[in-house]
Design a protein around this ligand. Structure first.
Ligand SMILES: Nc1ncnc2c1ncn2[C@@H]1O[C@H](COP(=O)(O)OP(=O)(O)OP(=O)(O)O)[C@@H](O)[C@H]1O
Ligand SMILES: [Mg+2]
Length: 271
């Protein structure tokens, strides 16, 4: 079904939400002489859950920032719904939300006001309608009691959930998550996985999820990409991760820990 036809209703509004696709086309990004992304290409069709994995420093967050226009390509192109992501007007035309790795909440605003900021600025509803959306998002993430707290009063995992709740009230067509389950306990991680899957199934939201969490990738991804050293070393279905052809990808997914290492024994006896 073409992107313009496939649409569904958003969880937080009555507006029909057309699904959007993302295309990364031969993307290169350098900071000075340091090449972070090297000719990365892939397409995420509308409504897909795409999980991007890879070692620390491989360029995952930098890639996500290109999709929302926070970084500009050195060469190559990123398009969202066929529109150039580097163009500011794209962010006005497509509702996309990035859940930052560190939350990026406004410290001077309460949790409630952090969530209400975007709907107020974009006049998505009147104050009563905004309250309903905000409280619903807080409830989904078990944060009802944190509405009046300030970010400095929250645990790391709570901040992460507030960041996800804030993204939900933006009524996104495209959700980008940077490590959504790091700092969360297994139960809350499962809740986040469920939210991502529900947004896809019921509301056809496209999701790109950067994660080190293999279970999350295997559990909810339609497809997985693995970035290593700025290059896409794997692109395929999660099931293919069980038997990766590339030995570097295999080593990344199944690191061999040398249990004979004398250091481990020392630690064990100290404990
Ligand atoms: N604004 C910047 N200026 C210079 N170098 C940068 C900048 N942003 C990122 N880098 C570098 O680009 C590389 C990739 O960073 P990135 O944050 O994308 O890694 P990552 O794959 O998200 O890692 P992690 O899993 O640890 O979050 C790193 O070496 C980082 O230092
Ligand atoms: Mg990162």
């Amino acid at each position: 079904m073409p992107a313009s036809v496939s649409s569904t209703r958003n969880p937080f509004s009555d507006a029909a939400t057309p699904a959007v696709g993302v295309t990364i086309d031969d993307l290169c990004k350098s900071f000075g002489t340091f090449e972070v992304l090297k000719h990365v290409s892939f397409h995420v069709p509308p409504g897909e859950i795409f999980v991007l994995m890879g070692p620390s420093g491989s360029g995952k967050s930098v890639l996500l920032k290109h999709i929302v226009g926070l970084e500009l390509p050195t060469s190559g192109k990123v398009t969202v719904d066929g529109l150039d992501a580097a163009d500011e007007t794209t962010r006005e035309k497509v509702r996309m939300a990035l859940v930052f790795q560190a939350g990026a909440l406004f410290n001077s605003l309460s949790v409630y006001d952090n969530l209400a900021l975007y709907p107020r600025e974009h006049q998505l509803a009147d104050e009563a309608g905004i309250r309903e959306k905000v409280m619903r998002a807080l409830q989904i993430l078990s944060l009802e009691n944190a509405a009046n707290k300030f970010p400095s009063e929250l645990s790391g995992g709570m901040k992460k959930r507030v960041a996800i709740a804030r993204a939900l009230v933006m009524e996104p067509q495209l959700m980008l998550y940077d490590e959504p389950t790091s700092e969360l306990d297994p139960v809350m991680s499962a809740t986040i996985a469920e939210i991502i899957a529900t947004l896809k199934e019921q509301y056809h939201v496209t999701s790109i999820v950067v994660s080190h969490d293999r279970d999350l990738a295997l559990g909810i991804a339609d497809r997985v990409g693995i970035l290593m050293g700025g290059q896409l070393r794997f692109l395929g279905k999660p099931a293919e991760l069980r038997t990766p052809q590339d030995s570097r990808v295999a080593d990344f997914l199944n690191p061999q820990i040398d249990l004979q290492n004398p250091r481990f024994k020392q630690l064990e006896t100290q404990a």
